[in-house]
Each structure stands twice: as C-alpha cells, then as structure tokens.
Ligand binder design. Sequence first.
Ligand code: AMP
Length: 283
Amino acid sequence: MLAYANTAQQLHDLTQSWRSGAQRIALVPTMGNLHAGHLSLCQAARQIADRVVTTIFVNPTQFAENEDFDSYPRTPEEDDDILRDSGLVDSVFVPAAAEIYPHGLADAARVELPALADELCGSSRPGHFNGVAGVVLRLLNVTRPDVLVLGEKDYQQLILMRWLVRDLGLRIAVEGMPTCRAEDGLALSSRNRYLSAEERQRAPVLFRELTGIAAAIRAGERDFDKLRQPAIAALADHGFDVDYIEVRDAADLSRAHRDAETELVVLGAARLGPARLIDNVRV
Ligand code: AMP
C-alpha cells in the first residue's frame, strides 16, 4: 500500500511506527517525473531497508533565476501510476513549498557547502548545490531515515551529500547507485524530454565521449588534457555547447594527478538545444 504524506506531521506519523518497530527506513529524494532511474534507486532502497520513503519536490532553491524551475516537468498522475505499479515504495512525501520552507524562501536558513560546490556543475550553476544541501537536510530531518539513496548520475551531488552527512555528523548511511541508461547509452533524465527527436539522436555522444576518455585512461594514457580536447571538439561538432569535461578523483572529486593511483571519474556537462545534460563514467 502506497501512503501519501503532504505534511511533515503526516510523514512523521507514518514513519514513527516503523521506527518504534525497529524497521530500517531508506529515503529516495526525487523531483518527480519518475523514470526507470528513480525506480532503480527505490529497488536498491528496498533491498537495503525495511521501508522506503520517496519524496517528490521540485525544490525552488536549487534553481537559478534563469533556469527551468517553472517548466520542470511535473507529472503527478504518471508518477503515482509508476510508484503503484512498482510496489517498491511504502510512502511518498509530496510537500508544498511552505511545508519545507515555513519561513518563506527569502528567510530560509541556508546551508553553505565547501569550495567543491562552486566547481564543475557549480561553476555554471552558482548556489545550486547549496540549494540541494538545504532541501536534502530538511528531507532528512523530516524522514529521519537510516539510509539516503542517491544516483551516481548526479555524481557531484552524491559526493557533496556524503560530505554534508559526514560533516554534520548525521548518523545516516549514504548509498550511491549506478546510472540507468537508454539502450543507446544516454543517461535517463527528466530533462531528456526537452530534446527534440533529432537532438535525442545526438544526445548519446556525451556518454560515448566520456566512455572513450575512460577507456584511454584505462589503457594507460595519463595526459588528461590531451584526452579532454578531442572530446570537447567532437561534442561541439555534434552541436553541443560544452560546459566542462574533466577527470577527477572518484572519492572526493579533487583534481586528478597524472601519477595518482586512486580511482578516477570522467565527468561532463553540455547543453544540447534546450537541455543541459550531465553524465559521468568511472575509470
Ligand atoms: P532527480 O529527480 O533528477 O532530482 O533525481 C532524483 C534522484 O534520482 C537523484 O539521486 C539522481 O541522482 C537519481 N537519478 C536521476 N537519474 C538517474 C538515472 N538515470 N539512473 C540512476 N539514478 C538517477
């Protein structure tokens, strides 16, 4: 049975009985417009915990003025069907903004993350990750889960949320799950629906280029700049406006050194028509 909660009190009433029965709770936060990627997180959550709570909230504080907050796809009926059909989720929390930000957006307490939040996606989306941290912290406080389940698709977000949980001493495990892809390799994303049919055909080039860089590194190439430039050129040839392509340390997203022996990740972000696509491949 899928139980809806629209207020923190309703969610608390639901989760409290689970908690007092010593059941482990996993939280899967989303912005809705659910797809197989979201469901894979719910599936993982089901395996890790006794109870799964999903949240659907398009968080205003993580969108800049010029971004797609107003046009972000909101599909509550479809989401409801998907969640019911899946049978994976016990409760879905769908709060109004006033429930999450009782003092209003202008007077909401803010979370400020360290410098990594201003790099990679943060450099073209100033304040984005602080907004994410603010809402995730609120959702954690309301849900009080044992486990927070996030997608590796948003790799920088995952690393920053791990940092947040550790830095604030929250006793919550953070689990990162692999990216679900379409058959042609494109990472599933709610923003893919902004693509025209023709742009959709070209969209997998981002994953293809990141995969190519990862393969070259695995084969022994350590001059990361030499690998980045042709990938950026190939993406530009396919009509992408590249934001960044970078090779970083997979554990903390610090800059990768050529002789480092740590695990690496190749990350990229690029605009294709109206959509800003992001992806990453572990080395
Ligand atoms: P969103 O609704 O886009 O904010 O995403 C909610 C959660 O789903 C985040 O933890 C994302 O990293 C994760 N997610 C989004 N797309 C995918 C995907 N293709 N595969 C796996 N997880 C994903």
